[in-house]
Design a protein around this ligand. Structure first.
Ligand code: UDX
Length: 438
C-alpha cells in the first residue's frame, strides 16, 4: 500500500512539498494552524506567488489525493510526517527561532503510528534534529525521526521539488532510510544523487550550501567595488572567471545583493550556532559576507546622490522592483525595498513598481508610494532605479519612456539591462561595478 504523507506547515516549502508529493501519487494531508491559509489552500488557491504552483495544487485537490486541515488529529493515519514550518531570525538576535519546529514536533509526536517517521525539512541549527529525535522517542518510543533538507529556490519551487539536484537524508536507522527511499522512489529511478548522512551533517549541508551561495554573491560584489575604484567592469570580469569550470558562472551576478527568507537569516543563524559550539572563528568570514551584501545597498544610494544631489529632499525617485528577486512576490529582507525606504527617509518622494509584490510590500512599508503601472511610476521621475530584474523591465523601450521622466538617468542595480541600448537612447546609465564614465 502506498504511504500516506502529512505536511506540517504550509508556507512556500510545505505547500509546494504537499502538492508535489500528491502529484507523485501519494495521498497527502497538509496541516497549518493558520485558518485563513488552510481555507485558501483547500480551495486550490496559493497565498503567495509561485509560478506553476496554483495549477498543480488545484489539480491535486481535484484528484482527491490532496487535502488540508487545521486539526492535527486528522494526521493520525499518516505514515510519514514532514515538518516544513518556518525558522525565522529571532527578534533582536542572529539565532534561528525554533518555536514553530518545537511545537510541530510536540503536537505530532503522540500521533505518530508505530513504525511511523517524522521528517524535518525546515532549515535548523545543527544539533536540533538529534534533540528533536530524543524528544520524539521519549514521547513515542515506536516512532523515528530523520532530517531531509530542502534546497528549493523561490520562483522554481515546483521544478526544484520534483527534480532536485540531490536528495540528502540524515538518518539514524536503516528503516528510516528505507521509508525515505519509498517516498523518493521516482527520483531514485531518475538517478538523482542520494546522500545518506548522520543527523548533524544533514543539517549542516543546508547551511553550508546557503553560506557558499551567499559567499559567491558577496565575492562578486566585492569585485564590483574594486572594479568601480579601478574603472573596470565587473560584468566582464564575472563572465571571464565563470568560464573556469572550477568557478562556474552562476551566482556571479553583481548588484544590490542577496535578500529573501533564507540566505540572510541562514548565514546569521550559522554564525550564532558556531559560536555556541565554540567554533566561532570558522565562520567569522560570514560576517564580512553579510557586510559586503549590505554595503551594496549603500553604494546604490551613493550613486543616486552623486547623480542627483546630495540633498534628496523632495526629489522624485522611481523604483522598478520590490520583490527580493524576480518571479516571486516575497519581500522578506528585499534589498530593493530596503533601498526604497532609505531613499524615502532621506526626504525623496519614492514610487515603487513591481508586477507581483506590491501587496506584500505595501503591508510592510505603507509609507512608500506604489504603482502597478510602469509608465505612471516613471512619470516626472528625476532618477530611475532598476532593483529587481523582472523580465518586463528588460522589455522597456528606453526611447519610448524617455519623454515620461524629468531626467533620463537610469541606475541598474542588477546589471541586467542593456547599457548600450539605454545610452544610445540618450539616457545617463549607471550601474554597480562598472565604469560610470560615459
Ligand atoms: C535560496 C537557495 O538558492 C535555495 O537553495 C535555498 O533552499 C533557499 O535560499 P532563494 O532564497 O529562493 O533560494 O533565492 P536565490 O535564487 O538563491 O537568490 C537569493 C538572493 O540572491 C536573491 O536576492 C537574488 O537576487 C540574489 N542573487 C542571486 C544575486 O544577487 N546574484 C546572483 O548571482 C544570484
Amino acid at each position: 500500500m502506498a504511504l500516506k504523507l502529512s505536511v506540517i506547515g504550509t508556507g512556500y516549502l510545505g505547500a509546494t512539498h504537499a502538492a508535489c508529493m500528491s502529484s507523485l501519487g501519494f495521498e497527502v494531508i497538509g496541516f497549518d494552524t493558520e485558518v485563513s491559509k488552510i481555507e485558501l489552500l483547500s480551495k486550490g488557491k496559493v497565498p503567495f506567488y509561485e509560478p506553476g504552483l496554483e495549477e498543480l495544487l488545484s489539480e491535486q485537490i481535484r484528484s482527491g489525493r490532496l487535502s488540508f486541515t487545521t486539526n492535527i488529529n486528522d494526521l493520525a493515519d499518516c505514515d510519514v510526517h514532514f515538518i516544513c514550518v518556518g525558522t525565522p531570525q529571532v527578534k533582536g538576535g542572529n539565532a534561528a527561532d525554533l518555536t514553530y519546529v518545537n511545537s510541530a514536533l510536540e503536537s505530532i509526536a503522540k500521533l505518530v503510528k508505530a513504525g511511523g517517521l517524522v521528517v524535518g525539512k525546515s532549515t535548523v541549527p545543527v544539533g536540533t534534529a538529534t534533540r528533536l529525535r530524543s524528544k520524539l522517542i521519549e514521547l513515542n518510543p515506536k516512532a523515528d525521526l530523520a532530517w531531509n533538507p530542502e534546497f528549493l529556490r523561490e520562483g522554481f519551487a515546483v521544478e526544484d521539488t520534483l527534480k532536485p539536484n540531490r536528495l540528502v537524508v540524515g538518518v539514524v536507522s536503516d528503516s528510516a532510510e528505507k521509508i525515505l527511499k519509498e517516498v523518493y522512489a521516482s527520483n531514485l529511478k531518475e538517478n538523482t544523487p542520494w546522500v545518506r548522512a548522520d543527523l548533524p551533517t544533514s543539517e549542516l549541508v543546508k547551511v553550508a550550501a546557503n553560506s557558499f551561495l551567499a559567499t559567491k554573491i558577496s565575492f562578486i560584489n566585492a569585485m564590483a567595488e574594486i572594479c568601480e575604484a579601478a574603472d573596470g567592469d565587473v560584468t566582464v570580469l564575472a563572465k571571464a572567471i565563470g568560464y573556469d569550470p572550477r568557478i562556474g558562472s552562476r551566482f556571479l551576478q553583481a548588484g544590490i545583493g542577496f535578500g529573501g527568507g533564507c540566505l540572510p537569516k541562514d548565514i546569521r543563524a550559522f554564525m550564532a550556532r558556531a559560536e555556541e559550539l565554540g567554533a566561532k572563528q570558522a565562520v567569522e568570514f560570514l560576517k564580512e559576507i553579510d557586510a559586503i551584501n549590505l554595503r551594496a545597498r549603500q553604494r546604490i544610494i551613493e550613486l543616486v546622490r552623486k547623480d542627483l544631489s546630495d540633498n534628496l529632499q523632495g526629489k522624485k525617485v522611481a523604483i522598478l522592483g520590490a520583490a527580493f528577486k524576480p518571479d516571486s512576490d516575497d519581500v522578506r529582507d528585499s534589498p530593493a525595498l530596503d533601498i526604497a525606504v532609505q531613499i524615502q527617509a532621506a526626504g525623496a518622494i519614492v514610487t515603487v513598481h513591481d508586477p507581483k509584490a506590491i501587496t506584500n510590500a505595501q503591508k510592510r512599508f505603507p509609507v512608500l508610494n506604489f504603482s502597478t503601472e510602469i509608465n505612471d511610476t516613471l512619470k516626472d521621475a528625476e532618477i530611475v532605479l532598476h532593483l529587481t530584474e523582472w523580465k518586463i523591465y528588460r522589455d522597456i523601450d528606453p526611447v519610448k519612456v524617455k519623454s515620461l521622466v524629468k531626467n533620463a538617468i537610469m541606475i541598474d542595480g542588477r546589471n541586467a539591462l542593456d547599457r548600450q541600448l539605454w545610452r544610445s537612447a540618450g539616457w545617463k546609465f549607471r550601474a554597480l561595478g562598472r565604469s560610470n564614465n560615459e
